[in-house]
Design a protein around this ligand. Structure first.
Ligand code: HEM
Length: 403
């Protein structure tokens, strides 16, 4: 086993296979100051403790990382609404977003997901008997679902995908200055585009999520402003698209790599929901999230100084043997699979969790139903995009038997 100091979270080799590092962290230093000066928290219990103490562990990490360049109004990143915000302002935006993700909306979304997924499967059935699950299925599915909900016509999907990809470049921590500059330019285009779509829905509301968002009101509070809607929509794209793509691909990968588990799911389709939870736990598409210590604070017996950047490593917490027996194994019958932290917990718990779960469950079920003999194609290397925050396969080649 290597010494803790010899691991580097930003090293692409660690991003590819971080699990030994996580085990060493959990065992030797669950609250660890990395050589870079940033902290990493790796056990389930301590991640939860930090999440719950949101006054000591602030989510205003974008402000901290940009050296204070982000204020309340029109600046580099725009107004902070959800992911990188704290109460009381976070509470206001969160109530509005919860209205856009109402149980009624999510039910209606399930129907749209099925229609879009069936359309994609139809194309795959007619194509070659080998395809890339990531590019040909897991990318277009969530992208089309969300595009429909925010009024992006199908003819703009390619551009929308380019903008969506650009939005996540800055958060991976591994981009070159050129890539960062390009992503900033594309993000500005995206913001104007989203502002236009929002104005359309204010003037002429439709039966979609964006209309719910722009017309939602919180009792006794002001209406939401266009630039704030844009910030929230950007977060839907940044936090929602690639993560769901990665979850769909991971669920297919784990099922096809574990024929005994696949057989269980084939015999009892109700197990598929738990298979998705296991993929969330083991892949953890959002590997962790930043917090900033607002004061000198003790966590797990270690003192973290005020102003420190703290990475809550959900991917490490999700393989914690203290919570998950035989934690490295994919087990569709695991009774507590849902106890993972892949969607966070508490006040920032992912508002898109129900949507992501439905997209994955419906998407994978349709693949299993319609593509006979679905199996991994020879030659997969299961390599992931180099990114310290988001984990996702570059491609996943599969084969099936034509009907
Ligand atoms: C598999 C898919 C997804 C994963 C793994 C994921 C993961 C997460 C995590 C871990 C957080 C909490 C971060 C924290 O602790 O601070 C979060 C928050 C968030 N997610 Fe997701 N997410 C997914 C899908 C989605 C979707 C589909 C949407 C929207 C369409 C979405 C929108 C958001 C937003 C807006 C937040 C910020 C909430 C807040 O700060 O109150 N996510 N997500």
């Amino acid at each position: 086993m290597q010494s803790l100091e010899s691991y580097d979270l930003f090293d692409p080799a660690i991003a590819e296979d971080p699990f030994e590092y996580y085990a060493v962290l959990r065992e030797q230093a669950p609250v660890y100051r990395m050589p870079s000066g940033m902290w990493i928290v790796s056990t389930h219990a301590l991640c939860l403790e930090a999440i719950r103490d949101y006054e000591s562990f602030s989510s205003k990490f974008v402000q901290k990382m940009s050296g204070g360049a982000v204020g309340a109004d029109g600046n580099i990143v725009g107004p902070e609404t959800l992911l990188s915000n704290d109460p009381p302002s976070h509470t206001f935006f969160r109530k509005l977003v919860n209205k856009a993700f109402s149980p009624m909306r999510v039910r209606k979304l399930s129907d749209s997901i099925r229609v879009i997924a069936e359309d994609l499967i139809g194309k795959l059935e007619r194509g070659p008997e080998r395809f890339d699950v990531v590019a040909d299925y897991a990318v277009p599915l969530p992208l089309t679902v969300i595009a429909d909900q925010i009024g992006v016509p199908r003819t703009h999907l390619d551009k929308f995908k380019q903008w969506s990809d650009a939005s996540i470049v800055p958060i991976g921590g591994m981009a070159t200055p050129e890539q960062l500059f390009e992503s900033l330019q594309l993000t500005e285009e995206l913001k104007s585009y989203l502002a236009e779509r929002s104005k359309e829905r204010i003037e002429d509301p439709k039966d979609d999520m964006l209309s719910d968002l722009v017309t939602a009101r919180v009792d006794g509070e002001r209406a939401i402003e266009i630039k704030e809607v844009v910030s929230i929509l950007q977060q839907f794209l940044v936090a929602g698209n690639e993560t769901t793509t990665n979850l769909i691909a991971a669920t297919v990968q784990f099922l096809l790599q574990n024929p005994d588990q696949l057989a269980w799911v084939q015999r009892d389709r109700t197990l598929l929901a738990n298979a998705v939870e296991e993929a969330l736990r083991l892949e953890t598409p959002t590997c962790g999230m930043w917090r900033v210590a607002t004061r000198d604070v003790e966590l797990g017996g270690t003192r973290i100084p005020e102003g420190s950047m703290v990475m809550l490593r959900y991917a490490a917490a999700n393989r914690d043997e203290a919570v998950f027996e035989n934690a490295e194994a994919f087990d569709v019958r695991r009774p507590n699979a849902k106890d993972h932290l892949a969607f966070g917990m508490g006040i920032h718990f992912c508002p898109g969790a129900a949507l992501a779960r439905e997209e994955t469950r419906i998407g994978v079920e349709l693949m299993l139903d319609r593509l006979d003999g679905l199996r991994l194609a020879p030659g997969n290397d299961f390599a992931h995009h180099p990114n310290m925050l988001l984990r996702g396969l570059k491609r996943l080649d599969v084969e099936f038997d034509p009907r």
